[in-house]
Design a protein around this ligand. Structure first.
Ligand SMILES: Nc1nc2c(c(=O)[nH]1)N[C@H]1C(S)=C(S)[C@@H](COP(=O)(O)OP(=O)(O)OC[C@H]3O[C@@H](n4cnc5c(=O)[nH]c(N)nc54)[C@H](O)[C@@H]3O)O[C@H]1N2
Ligand SMILES: Nc1nc2c(c(=O)[nH]1)N[C@H]1C(S)=C(S)[C@@H](COP(=O)(O)OP(=O)(O)OC[C@H]3O[C@@H](n4cnc5c(=O)[nH]c(N)nc54)[C@H](O)[C@@H]3O)O[C@H]1N2
Ligand SMILES: [Mo]
Length: 889
């Protein structure tokens, strides 16, 4: 519709407000209670204007066709100024001493020329709450605008905040009014971000010293890929804020990306290369360290062949670094034994999704969840592991979407779900077959889609005869009636979505889990069709998708080109000017076995703490000890680095240039915000210099050049370049040429399988590799906690440790009673491999017989307990099922 702002006609969309119209006309209109991410409040009255001949609050008044808006109406302006003066009159003078760029209130006061109050009314003396390490409350600066409360409710969905008290005394409060740190606040930072006055702030934010630089980059924690602004002062991160309107996170963030940055300045950062001399690791020069690595790798390669060397490349590092890592191993060493952390988490997704649909990625973008009316969330705990997505799912559910959760634990989202299918750990395939059978029996399938676009229906239907709900109820321990409700909800939805995580993949039959979950989408025609939301995999590390995309895999070249395909090898060899070795390499678990068997002599580990995070760590340590030579790049002296012969100091995502690929296949730019500490340098630089020391040239002088070369070898990424990403923003793959804008939704025309059809999988349910028995009667599930990240190498070096200081063994009240233990009692947890001791935490999240812990601390060593069972198809560890015995100590 057309409206008139002053003399300027502007076009605005349906539902636009007077404020939107003013902004569309390029006019600044002061606001205090308004935030684009939130529903309008209309409480502060500083945005008063004259519209359609009335004085109205611009933020809440709908624009109407031909409306005349006068921005400079004296009466409206006087009323707005009066409202502002009333607000300011209650505040202490320090409210106006905050730098303008950090206080909306100061900016609004400047606009109205309010420098002090005329009224000098009673000011508050309500004190501060500095109990929380990140969220600091100065109650006297609170103007009760309600933005923080709305942020916590409408964006984050935690509902931790409220406005307490009356009238003049109204002030934000968290939880039931006790210390902030004890409230349910999850420290997403949304309240701090929206607060217009500094009442809610974070350490250093209101510091009057100016910010030197602000760099827009991509978060280096989980695979969601939030766009963040990193603000630097005195060479240190002063604050990190989410970029409003950013494509993935839309101005939201979580406790890690937003606040857990102190690791970057930690005194424990590695700042110089280390070389083992006897039992000790001692500092050395780069020349000496690289010379030694070059000499030892060359000697081992020349004596035993390239196969004697393996490399684990980092899913934390950039695409460009992963691209160089695999090029280095393949061309300089002559080995395909390169793998990445995807082996430990979503290798079954890559294999399963490729087999079902054709490509190794999720099928749809995150944005599609906005119109999902039923979300099937299986084996994922996004409110802790992918909080920005967890918040989006929460909001969809609050807006009426149905939610089915498949998880042995009662997670936050399980508690919110319409149906919680709380199957036994390792029972996914049975549960999905039960649902598939009910979809078929209930007539919820899409016959036309199945006829035209899918294969395997007859075999699957035949197999499903063995999975009536009653049998599934027995196999998985889920009530048949709940299965029926879940099938009906997913079956009847118009826009059903599947979102899943490690609870599906980290199993002895993880690939079968992915395939039988994909079956549900295929049966419903809910993948590759317009309006459907497809299947989203919540990939784990910041660049675990990219590490595999770049070919840091033993059987695949960049862009998922099979190593076994001579044409693919040739295409790559042509660009590299060197042959690609033919023999497939070792997967991570095979590397350890080969080391112990004496076939693998050198292990090169970039940014993965295998001694802490790989399963059965006793076995991993034996493998490290068995290797003649171990090299490690890390930010810190990790458990693995402590076992290495040479440790090379790497830099973090905050200090380097490149790209990451997030969980929905978006290439996003990573830009250096900080200078590297000491002599530390990027994995990119280290690999190039090492190749040089070995008499080779990897080409690719810059990350941009490496991306360009990758685009030349991998048709899937042919259209990706740094230049384009800088100009156009994130691009989804496949992106096959410079004019291809990337494919956010896959398979609308055809699936990428050989016959162009989605493949239903008729795989039987098989029990987990590890089984409880009378000696080890409990099932230990391992996973994540909100506050810490994987090995914890970064989050343990931040104030996140005050939010979660130690690991616990979570168990049900029934089991605690049977064991005679209380909250906090130390419990010896014994698996068939080791014993660790953990304090008990009694919770309704666990069903009797099942216990849970995470793996974020080196001590207790959770992975000394986990087993060597792996997914039969991909070698992904069975982290989610370990038989244990419990004994109070
Ligand atoms: N805060 C935080 N965030 C992270 C990480 C972190 O360490 N900390 N790590 C990142 C990484 S690398 C990854 S891969 C992702 C992982 O993210 P998620 O996949 O969400 O992580 P997990 O907590 O390991 O497991 C998810 C859920 O699977 C459930 N589960 C276990 N067994 C089964 C089963 O048999 N069936 C079903 N249906 N469910 C089961 C668990 O109870 C758990 O709730 O998170 C990323 N984000
Ligand atoms: N019991 C149990 N164990 C698990 C899991 C589980 O669910 N249960 N989950 C598994 C999963 S899904 C994953 S992904 C793994 C994660 O395991 P890891 O990959 O070992 O853990 P991270 O902490 O993500 O990072 C590894 C190391 O990389 C370093 N690092 C960070 N950025 C960079 C960089 O840019 N360059 C270099 N060179 N180093 C860097 C960090 O300091 C850290 O030491 O853990 C697995 N282990
Ligand atoms: Mo992961």
């Amino acid at each position: 519709m057309r409206v008139l702002v002053g003399d300027t006609p502007v076009e605005v969309g349906e539902g636009a407000t007077v404020l939107d119209a003013a902004r569309a006309a390029g006019r600044y209109l002061p606001t205090l209670c308004q935030d684009d991410r939130l529903s309008p409040r209309g409480s502060c009255r500083v945005c008063l204007v004259r519209a359609a001949d009335r004085v109205v609050a611009a933020c809440t008044t709908p624009a109407t066709e031909d409306m005349a808006i006068q921005m400079d109406d004296p009466r409206a302006r006087e009323a707005a100024r009066g409202a502002l003066e009333l607000i300011v009159s209650e505040l202490p003078s320090r409210a106006l001493e905050i730098p303008a760029e950090r206080s909306e209130l100061v900016r609004v006061c400047t606009h109205f020329g309010v420098t002090d109050t005329r009224f000098h009314g009673a000011t508050h003396r309500r004190g501060v709450d500095h109990s929380h390490p990140y969220v600091k409350l100065d109650r006297d600066l609170c103007i009760a605008c309600g933005r923080c409360v709305a942020m916590c409710a409408e964006v984050q969905g935690t509902f931790a905040l409220e406005l307490a008290g009356r009238g003049f005394d109204t002030v934000v409060s968290a939880g039931t009014g006790g210390p902030w740190v004890d409230s349910p606040c999850v420290a997403c930072g949304g309240c701090v971000d929206t607060c217009p006055t500094g009442a809610l702030s974070e350490p250093g934010l209101l510091d009057p010293a100016p910010i030197a630089t602000t760099t827009t980059t991509t978060c280096g924690y989980c695979g969601i890929g939030c766009t963040l602004d990193v603000h630097v002062r005195d060479g240190q991160v002063a604050a990190i804020t989410p970029v409003h309107g950013a494509p993935v996170n839309r101005g939201h963030a979580c406790v890690k990306g937003r606040f857990a940055h102190a690791f970057a300045g930690s005194r424990e950062r590695l700042t110089a290369p280390l070389i083992r001399r006897g039992d000790a690791l001692e500092e050395a020069s780069w020349d000496e360290a690289l010379g030694l690595v070059a000499a030892r790798l060359t000697a081992i390669r020349d004596r035993h062949g390239g196969q004697a060397v393996a490399m684990i490349s980092s899913a934390r590092a950039t695409n460009e670094e992963n691209y160089l890592a695999q090029k280095f191993l393949r061309t300089v060493v002559g080995s395909n034994s390169i793998d990445n952390c995807s082996r430990l988490c979503h290798a079954p997704s890559a294999a399963g999704l490729t087999a079902s649909f054709g490509l190794a990625g999720g099928t749809n973008p995150l944005d599609d969840l906005d119109h999902a009316d039923c979300i099937l969330l299986a084996g994922a705990n996004p409110t802790e592991a992918h909080p920005v997505v967890g918040a989006r799912i929460t909001q969809r559910v609050l807006a009426g979407a149905r939610l089915v959760v498949v998880d042995p634990r009662r997670t936050t989202l399980a508690a919110l779900a319409d149906v919680h299918l709380r199957g036994r750990p390792g029972s996914n395939v049975a549960v999905f077959h039960g649902l598939a059978r009910l979809l078929l029996d209930g007539g919820y399938t899409d016959e036309e889609f199945l006829t035209r676009r899918a294969t395997g229906l007859a075999e699957l239907t035949e197999l499903l005869r063995d999975y009536p709900p009653e049998r599934v109820a027995e196999l998985a321990a889920v009530p048949a009636s709940d299965l029926a409700t879940a099938a009906r909800l997913y079956g009847q939805a118009e826009h059903p979505a599947i979102v899943y995580g490690l609870g599906i993949t980290e199993h002895a039959h993880g690939t079968d889990g992915v395939r039988t979950l994909a079956n549900l989408a295929i049966l419903r025609g809910a993948v590759g069709t317009p309006g459907c939301c497809g299947v989203l995999t919540l990939r784990g590390q910041n660049n675990v998708q990219g590490a595999s995309d770049m070919g840091a895999l033993p059987d695949l070249l960049p862009g998922y080109q099979p190593l076994a395909d001579p044409a693919a090898r040739q295409r790559v060899a042509r660009v590299w000017g060197q042959p690609v070795p033919e023999r497939p390499g070792l997967r991570i678990p095979q590397m350890f076995d080969a080391a112990i068997a004496g076939r693998l002599r050198a292990l090169y580990v970039i940014g993965e703490d295998i001694a802490q995070t790989d399963p059965d760590s006793g076995h991993v340590r034996a493998a490290l000890d068995a290797c003649e030579f171990v090299v490690c790049h890390d930010l810190f002296l990790s458990q693995t680095a402590a076992h290495a012969d040479v440790v090379l100091p790497a830099v973090s995502f905050l200090e380097k240039d490149g790209t990451f690929v997030n969980f929905d296949r978006r290439f996003q730019r990573v830009r250096p915000a900080l200078a590297p500490p000491g002599q530390a340098t990027s994995d990119f630089d280290i690999l190039r210099r090492l190749a040089h020391a070995m008499g080779a040239d990897l080409g690719c002088p810059t990350p941009a050049a490496a991306m360009a070369e990758c685009a030349a070898v991998a048709p899937l990424f042919a259209g990706i370049s740094h230049d384009r990403l800088d100009r156009e923003g994130p691009l989804h793959w496949p992106c096959r040429g410079p004019r291809d804008t990337g494919q956010a939704v896959l398979y609308l025309d055809r699936f990428a399988t050989a016959d162009g059809r989605a493949a239903l999988a008729a795989r039987p349910y098989l029990p987990p590799g590890e089984q409880p028995d009378t000696a080890f009667p409990y099932v230990l599930v391992t996973g994540r906690r909100l506050e810490h990240y994987n090995s914890g190498s970064m989050t343990r070096r931040t104030p996140n440790t005050t939010l979660l200081a130690e690991e616990t063994l979570d168990l049900s009240a029934a089991d605690a009673a049977a064991l005679g233990i209380d909250d906090g009692t130390p419990v010896a947890v014994t698996s068939r491999r080791a014993t660790v001791t953990l304090p008990a935490r009694i919770t309704d999240e666990l069903a009797p017989g099942e216990v849970f812990t995470a793996f974020h601390f080196p001590d207790p060593a959770t992975n000394s307990l986990t087993s060597a069972h792996t997914d039969t198809a991909t070698g992904c560890p069975e982290y989610k099922v370990t038989a244990v015995a419990l004994r109070p100590t």
